[in-house]
Design a protein around this ligand. Structure first.
Ligand code: NAD
Length: 485
């Protein structure tokens, strides 16, 4: 399928194109489906200038007015779900049902984030003084988005940034620019010009954003390696940063689970979106007493799942999103072959067309193998056997990552005690990947800095500002006991 519409950037509420274009590849066919603008410094300058010019007006709106416009964004997404979902499947590869789910999530997130209040804290209200801390917007916020959930993860940045009174420049991944460009277009008549600018470009554009002196904050979602470069570059003008980075999430499965019931959940925990989820289960620690039964049950689920083009109705798992990622996952699988690991299913990859990798499950490889230690971000999962829970906890924590984890047990008290010992920003008990706009989400260790979602996530788009008012009639000096500023 080709998508020949004109995909233009949105800058200052208008369509902006570039002479240079970037091809967009359908990962299921490896064919080019369309092209998008390839912005450089000049277009980025224009987007930042538009966002800067729009900032006073936008922050000057009453919170309720900004809430109403966020709800209008939610409406624009849900009114266009079918066309956006087709676009998302074509550029990202995920099955249509999953694409619809992502867009429903994006709309729900906008609607939900719109309901937050920005707290004010009165720390003193005495005869002498009133001291109040407000939350004020930071200025121009840049959102840098990866290719696995191009719309949902973009909205996670856009919605709280706008609610708090910032203006935004958002950059989708060059691999998946179409849905975000389309959203920019849909919002041209809804938001004041310059409030939300959408720019697309190749590898040059991200570093231009993080180095841009007119940008006050960068909210980045992507790999840990890139996150470190983002933070280093943002240091130049002390941009605020939020980093949502990689993960190597463990799941610990205790011997008292209902094996048949959890097998399906654990399968999808690892393989949804073809494993390309930051919070996918990437290491599955199973107690030795149920290892063989659970392994057989998971493989039975895997055998029923069809991998293919996301436009086919019975396909549950699409291709890996791009060649680079495809080669990375292939290399991990090749390493397991080279080291003689046992494959329970998958492991043989045909040569396209399309970046298809079959569901691949590796049977109890050594803990120090690449397939265990590295974030696969693809449809490959090691099953790992443990004898004692303390050992499982130690192995689960023995990683630079700390994004999320899960614990599975019929004994919720025991599972919660295990959860509290895991070094991760989110730990689920007897479920996984259930996120909420109302609950803070962020990585420990090298999985991130700062957080998204929940009140803390919203406050990441604000600076605290304390206004201290000396009440009339009396001059306060430090010798009066006042604390000098
Ligand atoms: P990536 O780091 O390659 O790219 C992410 C974004 O950064 C893209 O828009 C890219 O164009 C841009 N970029 C690349 N180099 C840049 C630079 N030097 N400066 C500024 N921007 C730059 O990541 P990806 O391959 O798109 O996504 C996969 C990774 O993202 C995985 O590691 C995954 O775990 C992680 N991820 C994390 C979360 C989370 O919430 N923690 C969510 C989704 C994905």
């Amino acid at each position: 399928m080709r998508f020949d519409a004109d995909y233009s950037m949105t800058i200052d509420g208008r369509a902006v194109d570039t002479a240079a274009r970037l091809k967009v590849i359908d990962p299921a066919t490896e064919r080019s489906i369309t092209s998008v603008p390839d912005a450089g410094a000049a277009e980025l300058d224009a987007a930042v200038a538009a966002a800067r010019a729009a900032f006073p007006g936008w922050r000057g709106l009453a919170l309720d007015e900004r809430r109403a416009l966020l709800r209008a964004i939610a409406g624009a997404i849900s009114d266009n779900i079918e066309s956006l979902a087709k676009l998302l499947t074509a550029e990202q590869g995920k099955p249509l049902a999953e694409a619809r789910g992502e867009l429903e999530g994006a709309s729900y997130w906008c609607e939900s984030i719109a309901s937050f209040d920005l707290p004010t804290i009165v720390s003193e209200d005495s005869d002498e003084r009133q001291r109040v801390t407000y939350r004020v917007p930071i200025g121009v916020v840049a959102g840098i988005v990866p290719w696995n959930y191009p719309m949902l993860l973009g909205v996670w940045k856009i919605a709280p940034a706008l609610l708090a009174g910032n203006t935004v420049v958002v950059k989708p991944s060059p691999f998946t620019p179409l849905t975000m460009l389309k959203l920019g277009e849909l919002l041209r008549d809804i938001l004041p010009p310059g409030v939300l600018n959408v720019v697309t470009g190749g590898d040059q554009l991200g570093p231009l954003i993080t180095a841009h002196p007119g940008i006050d904050k960068v909210s980045f979602t992507g790999s840990t390696a890139t996150g470190k470069r983002v933070m280093a570059s943002c240091a130049a003008n002390l941009k605020r940063v939020t980093l949502e980075l990689g993960g190597n999430d463990p799941a610990i499965v205790m011997p008292d689970v209902d094996v048949e019931a959890v097998a399906e959940q654990l399968f999808w925990a690892a393989f949804s979106n073809s494993g390309q989820i930051c919070i996918a289960t990437k290491r599955l620690y199973i107690h030795e007493a149920i290892y063989d039964r659970l392994k057989a049950a998971i493989v039975a689920v895997a055998e029923r799942v069809r991998v293919g083009n996301g436009t086919d109705a019975d396909v549950r798992l699409g291709p890996v999103q791009n060649r680079q990622q495809y080669e990375r996952v292939r290399a991990l699988i090749a390493d397991s072959h080279a080291n003689g690991h046992d494959f329970l299913i998958g492991g043989d990859i045909s040569d396209g067309p399309g970046f298809f990798i079959p569901v691949t499950i590796v049977d109890n490889p050594p803990e120090n193998s690449r397939v265990v230690q590295e974030e696969a971000f693809g449809p490959v999962l090691p099953l790992l056997k443990f004898a004692h829970v303390d050992e499982a906890i130690a192995r689960a924590n023995d990683t630079i990552f700390g994004l999320a984890a899960s614990v599975w047990s019929a004994d919720v008290e025991q599972a919660t005690a295990i959860a509290s010992q895991l070094e991760a920003g989110t730990v689920w008990v007897n479920e996984v990947q259930n996120l909420s706009p109302f609950a803070v989400f962020g990585g420990h260790k090298q999985s991130g800095l700062g957080a998204e979602n929940g009140l803390e996530g919203v406050l990441e788009y604000t600076n605290p500002q304390t206004i201290s008012i000396h009440k009339a009639g009396r001059q306060v000096t430090p010798s009066d006991g006042a604390v000098p500023a």
